[in-house]
Ligand binder design. Structure first.
Ligand SMILES: Cc1cc2nc3c(=O)[nH]c(=O)nc-3n(C[C@H](O)[C@H](O)[C@H](O)COP(=O)(O)O)c2cc1C
Length: 332
């Protein structure tokens, strides 16, 4: 994987035309209660997740790895926010770190946020392309990660020039990995969604969390299509499961000790409240953090403050209660 590809992704993800045409969270209504018998000032939005206390049930979704000075700066800003405000943060795919020996730069990020909840990340398909325990352990150790977020990005790999398209036998390899590593594993998509049948199988093989990463936000068919010389992928812009639909369906089959994360088009704090109303334990949001970070740290703080206030209003006016996230059962 080239550094240039990662840098192209950032540039393209910032363009509005690469967002989905529909935000499905806007179509979900949050039931309103007129007399909640709660004091707004006493609303507690904090949660415990992977042995860390978070101020909101929110993860900054995986996007980038420090491949050069500008992406280091970007990650530094995000990690600073996570350190000061207490949300969780997932690093972008560490494949590029492994291939370019960038472990030291990733270690620096952990030093900036020693107590934060940080998640390692790579594509599960790498397990079919020569990755074994060594690479996986490097991803975890460089970040001193609290958990591992594996991504399934099937359609992205199919559309992208020279993608890794052998997805055979992966369930068994994920199962082996879950048993080998001593960290909770969360499996996510990248915006086309984890279908309920796959989510069920993943929970059954010991995966702790599913992040639906459904359709309605950043559209990777559009992004990868614009990196091709032809227009063959245009019909694929419509593929994917609307994120709220997945949350509802997977919440209905999720074992109670497992975790469900809503993402794909989460754009404000009321979307987080809606996701929780539909049965998610927490939410994750990616692209808006990238956009905010372009204009500096104050913008990130503003984004956090806005999300936090909106979510708190959502908790006050809805029937949602304070979130309790099931423990992973693994000593972090
Ligand atoms: C610039 C960019 C890079 C991304 N890189 C990764 C990645 O390396 N690994 C991953 O699991 N997801 C990656 N994603 C997908 C996001 O984590 C997320 O699943 C997706 O963007 C949908 O969320 P959103 O609508 O809030 O952006 C990336 C997203 C963006 C915007």
């Amino acid at each position: 994987m080239t550094k240039q590809r990662k840098l192209d992704h950032i540039k393209l993800a910032l363009e509005n035309k690469n967002q989905d045409n529909v935000n499905y969270w806007d179509q979900v209504s949050l039931p309103y209660q007129a007399l909640p018998e709660k004091d707004f000032d006493q609303i507690d939005t904090s949660v415990d997740f992977l042995g860390k206390q978070l101020s909101l049930p929110l993860i900054i979704g995986p996007m980038t790895v420090p491949v050069d000075d500008s992406s280091f700066k970007l990650n530094q800003l995000l990690v600073q926010l996570v350190h000061e405000r207490g949300v969780a943060f997932a690093l972008g795919s560490q494949r590029i770190m492994i291939e370019n020996n960038l472990d030291k730069r990733v270690k620096k990020l952990r030093k900036l946020a020693p107590q934060a909840c940080l998640l390692a990340n790579f594509g599960a398909v790498q397990l079919n392309y020569g990755w074994g325990t060594d690479q996986v352990q490097r991803c975890i150790d460089s970040l001193e990660a609290d958990g591992l977020m594996l991504h399934l990005n099937l359609l992205q790999e199919l559309i992208q020039p020279n993608g890794n398209t052998d997805f055979s036998g992966l369930l068994g390899k994920i199962e082996k990995l879950v048993k080998q590593i001593k960290l909770p594993v969360i499996v996510k998509e990248v915006g086309f969604g984890i279908d309920p049948a796959t989510a069920k199988k993943l929970y059954q093989i010991g995966v702790y969390g599913i992040d639906v990463a459904g359709k309605g936000g950043t559209n990777w068919a559009k992004i990868e299509s614009s990196r091709r010389l032809d227009s063959w992928a245009r019909p694929m812009f419509e593929i994917g499961w609307p994120a709220p639909h997945l949350v509802e369906k997977i919440a209905g089959l999720k074992p109670k000790e497992k975790v469900l994360i809503a993402s794909g088009g989460i754009r404000h704090g009321l979307h987080i409240a809606k996701a929780i109303h539909l049965g998610a334990d927490m939410a994750s949001m990616a692209q808006p953090f990238l956009t905010a970070a372009q204009s500096g740290y104050n913008n990130l703080i503003n984004l956090y403050n806005r999300l936090s206030w909106q979510y708190k209003v959502g908790l006050m006016v809805s029937f949602n209660n304070k979130q309790v996230i099931p423990d992973s059962g693994i000593n972090q």
